[in-house]
Write a protein of this length. Structure first.
Length: 701
């Protein structure tokens, strides 16, 4: 039976080698099972008929039964269109075609009864349907249709070979007709019974050919449940396994390095949130098990400090540690602030990036192979082949969503035994998304900013109000403050990116002329040395304005900068806007974030901007982001290597199911951590089938 489902799709009647290749390439359908699991994206109710009198342009797709009274054409040339008057007892509407004007009247002669299907619209205060689906009523009556007709997505390429939604539906029907056995269950009986789920056999049939909405919904729920359940079970079993099997270095002491820092160099009190998180981390480090912790906290909440204290504890126990940052600027920033924080306590802090000189690099490599408990800070350069540690005890990854999973994995292999791992992110992730992306990590949250910070005031201005914004900037600068102006990265091309900034710079230089004003510039095409010169000008207060592309998004820390102007704010995603806003509000003065946008905005863009103006709560913003964009687009889900493609669930909408199935998975693993019980055999088999390719993924984060 299992073998049957593995049969190559080309053997299915109606497919053949050519279509098989297309199905394979376009929809990733390779075998019978893949076809059965190619679920419809929508259903139309073919039992429901509307009358003409009921139609209005707000309705979605509708089905109507009536007679085509006659055809005529309107317009000329490109604008020529074919119009049919279509009526039932309640009234008349127009059917409109812009193509096929010749063959349509021949194929669907006037005077006969048809069933049409389409989206009602309105033109010249008359209801119309453009390019309706159309079928002779008596022909339709002969055709067997289930109450709800499934629609499958296809591609242009497939459509051009006549692999339409209807065709796919026919293939599924053929295949189901060939299945003369009960489809083997993929969930244990007790889970099906306890949760009142539809059996796999029924669910597969009903998801493709439901006879009513209730059946369709029950079938879909079964598959959402199953999909999300296995994701959680997979994540959680690695967590359980690690906690019971992967040993971790024991950092039992707090010694000189930490204490010198804490008592001599730390000039402020830790926030309660920082203290709580340090406790959580210390408990992990002393547990004898490998730590795998995600540290979430808004920009400026003091994560770097937590990272530093953890590294000092590693050093006190004789271990090396490292921080990997996503950009050279950020790595350098960490290097500077950590060097400063550790002044006089006798620990070596080193920086390794792509621009590190060869001799310096050789020296660093030598230190890492010694017993010295040094701290290494750097970029991707840390994971290059020739960087080896003798005693790597703690690896910290900052702004982790920017690293691919494969890159993170390399850090694990740097040392004989796996180091403790702390992953830090300033992009708050909604709970349910975190449960899915990082479901096997322990999570700490810094939900408090250091005291004395005033919340940043956020304002929205249209392009036509630019002069007001410039006046505001002049006022702030005259009070001794500094201003960031950020331009979006319009395309991946650095050239275009720069052009956009370059044009803005012309206008700015006129509005803020030298020598009264000094403007420093920062963008991706500059050399590291020039970037540093620009940063230095701004950091030392010599430049009033820093004009930058999104390269400043992470890591710049200039407390005297109180204004963040974001140009073309409508082009940024919410999480990016939030990150950028976090660059100000770091000092004692009131700070401002100004969102500049073009005068016309899409609904979604204005919702993003309104959200930014309304709240500065990172988690609220993350939820809005998830709602507005859908999880596939959330920054980070792609880069962080979302390890599976969701067939049917929607992380934005199915949050409740996620929480529900996670609890079920937890309670199963609690009783049977290795899934050795007979009744859990299916679980083990399914995990292997679903995730064997992704084994290493799950091991990593
Ligand atoms: P994050 O990495 O979370 O964005 P940082 O660690 O860079 O935040 O901290 C932002 C700024 O706040 C830094 O200048 C840091 O020295 C300062 N800071 C951190 N913790 C505290 C605290 N408890 N009290 C006052 N200032 C703090
Ligand atoms: Mg930071």
């Amino acid at each position: 039976m299992q073998n049957f489902l593995d049969t190559d799709i080309k053997y299915l009647p109606g497919v053949g080698p050519r279509r098989a290749e297309q199905l394979n390439k376009e929809l990733n359908i390779k075998c019978y099972r893949d076809l059965l699991y190619y679920f419809p994206y929508r259903y139309v109710d073919r039992t429901k008929f509307y009358t003409v009198a009921e139609l209005d342009p707000d309705l979605p797709y509708v089905q109507i039964r009536g007679v085509i009274k006659g055809y005529f054409t309107e317009g000329k040339g490109n604008n020529k269109r074919l119009i049919a008057e279509f009526s039932d007892e309640t009234g008349v509407i127009r059917l409109i075609w812009f193509r096929g004007t010749r063959w349509i009247p021949e194929t669907y002669p006037a005077g006969k009864e048809y069933i049409i299907f389409g989206k009602p619209g309105v033109f010249n205060s008359m209801i119309n349907i453009i390019h309706p689906e159309i079928e002779l009523a008596e022909k339709r009556e002969k055709r067997l249709v289930s109450g709800l007709e499934a629609l499958y997505s296809t591609t242009e390429e497939l459509k051009s070979s006549f692999i339409t939604s209807k065709f796919i539906s026919k293939l599924v029907g053929n295949l189901l007709g060939m299945i003369n056995f009960r489809l083997p269950e993929t969930l244990p009986d007790y889970i099906i019974t306890n949760n009142n789920l539809m059996s796999l056999h029924d669910a597969i049939h009903k998801i493709h050919f439901p006879s009513n909405t209730k059946e369709m919904e029950r079938a879909r729920y079964r598959f959402k449940f199953e999909e999300l359940f296995y994701i959680q079970l997979n994540l959680l079993r690695y967590k359980v396994f690690r906690k019971t099997h992967t040993p971790g270095f024991i950092f039992s002491r707090v010694g000189e390095y930490f204490n010198k820092f804490y008592f001599n160099n730390l000039s402020f009190e830790l926030t309660d949130a920082q203290k709580r998180v340090m406790k959580e981390i210390r408990r992990d480090l002393g547990s004898g098990k490998q730590m795998n912790r995600l540290l979430q906290g808004d920009v400026g909440s003091g994560k770097t400090l937590v990272a530093l204290m953890s590294m000092l504890i590693a050093a006190d126990n004789g271990y090396q540690s490292c921080i990997m940052a996503p950009t050279e600027i950020l790595a350098y920033q960490h290097f500077r602030s950590i060097s400063k924080f550790t002044e006089g306590i006798g620990i070596r802090v080193m920086l390794l990036t792509g621009s590190t000189k060869k001799t310096e690099r050789k020296h660093i490599e030598k230190v890492l192979l010694s017993d010295e408990p040094a701290i290494l800070i750097g970029t991707h350069a840390l994971i290059e082949e020739n960087v080896r540690f003798k005693r790597l005890g703690l690896a910290i990854i900052d702004e982790q969503h920017r690293f691919g999973v494969a890159q993170r994995a390399k850090l694990w292999e740097k040392s004989q035994n796996p180091p403790h791992v702390l992953v830090m992110t300033a992009t708050p992730i909604p709970r349910t998304l975190a449960m899915t992306l990082y479901g096997d990590l322990d999570v700490s949250v810094i939900n408090e900013l250091p005291p004395g910070r005033k919340p940043v005031k956020t304002m929205h201005f249209f392009e036509s109000e630019r002069n007001k914004v410039f006046a505001f900037m002049r006022k702030q600068i005259s009070e001794g403050r500094q201003v960031y102006i950020v331009y979006p990265l319009i395309t991946e091309s650095e050239k275009l990116d720069y052009k956009n900034l370059d044009e803005g710079l012309d206008i700015l230089t006129q509005a803020f002329p030298p020598p009264q004003y000094c403007i420093s510039v920062l963008h991706g095409r500059m050399t590291a040395a020039n970037k540093e010169i620009s940063m230095k000008l701004f950091r030392e207060g010599k430049a009033h304005i820093m004009v930058a592309t999104t390269v400043i998004e992470v890591g710049v820390d200039v407390p005297n900068a109180t204004v963040m102007v974001i140009e073309s704010a409508e082009r940024f995603g919410l999480s990016q806007l939030h990150q950028l806003r976090g660059r100000v509000g770091r000092g004692a003065e009131q700070s401002y974030c100004i969102l500049m946008s073009s005068d016309k905005l899409s609904k979604e863009a204005s919702e993003r901007i309104e959200t930014m103006v309304r709240t500065s709560d990172g988690f609220e913003i993350a939820e809005a982001d998830l709602r507005l964009r859908g999880p596939g687009d959330i920054e980070g889900t792609q880069q962080s290597g979302f390890p599976f493609e969701l067939r049917i669930s929607d992380l934005a909408r199915d949050g409740q199911i996620i929480e529900y199935v996670r609890r079920i998975a937890e309670s199963i693993l609690e009783k049977d951590p290795l899934l050795e019980d007979d009744k859990n055999l299916i679980l083990k088999q399914e995990l292997n089938r679903l995730f064997s390719r992704n084994y290493s993924w799950s091991n990593i984060s």
